[in-house]
Design a protein around this ligand. Structure first.
Ligand SMILES: Cc1cc2nc3c(=O)[nH]c(=O)nc-3n(C[C@H](O)[C@H](O)[C@H](O)COP(=O)(O)O)c2cc1C
Length: 176
């Protein structure tokens, strides 16, 4: 069983990115378990002085979750042409250790815009030595309210695309 951790970069209750990662968890194919990490908002602001023995519990939990995962999926909005601070903060907690090194990662997208954030996130992920999977998935949910989002994500072809995307990522993970 592959254990995949999915992270949404948005803290909004009605987040389209969070809905997308929840749908990935729901539609994971046999042999893959996708677990959503939803505690970005409780992480302290990263401070290198608070590493080692001083690492906060919330950061340790994130580090353990990434370390024990076979792969990581990220779905992230764009804020002012950049990566939202909450996600960047979480990633910063992973930099000075082995959690991210050679860890397979895949980006998925809930907006067809966000091209600056995609490029920035890819650069960050590669710089941290994640093994970034070339593929991914885009489902255009920008500006849609939760009922419409749920309807779109429940469409049979979308559910197939969600499952196939995880299967392809799982193949990438197993090939390494
Ligand atoms: C503060 C702020 C800044 C934003 N800046 C951009 C931007 O630069 N480019 C863009 O494409 N969308 C931008 N957006 C729109 C969000 O990326 C978009 O609404 C996204 O779908 C929200 O994701 P969520 O539904 O998961 O919260 C911004 C939204 C906010 C709240």
């Amino acid at each position: 069983m592959l254990n995949i951790l999915a992270i949404s970069g948005s803290l909004r209750a009605a987040s389209t990115n969070s809905a997308l990662v929840a749908a990935l968890a729901r539609d994971a194919p046999p042999g893959c378990r996708v677990t959503v990490y939803d505690r970005l908002g409780s992480l302290p602001i990263f401070n290198p002085d608070d590493e080692g023995d001083r690492t906060p519990l919330e950061a340790s939990e994130l580090i353990d979750a990434v370390t024990s995962a076979d792969g990581v999926i990220i779905s992230c909005p764009e804020y002012a042409h950049g990566v939202p601070g909450g996600l960047k903060n979480a990633l910063d907690w992973l930099v000075s250790r082995d959690a991210a090194v050679e860890k397979p990662a895949m980006l998925v997208h809930a907006s067809s815009r966000s091209l600056f954030a995609r490029a920035a996130l890819s650069e960050i992920i590669r710089t941290m030595s994640f093994a970034l999977y070339d593929g991914g998935l885009e489902i255009a949910l920008l500006g849609k309210k939760p009922p419409e989002v749920e309807n779109i994500l429940a469409e049979p072809e979308k559910r197939l695309a969600l499952r196939d995307t995880i299967s392809a990522f799982a193949d990438f993970i197993r090939s390494r």
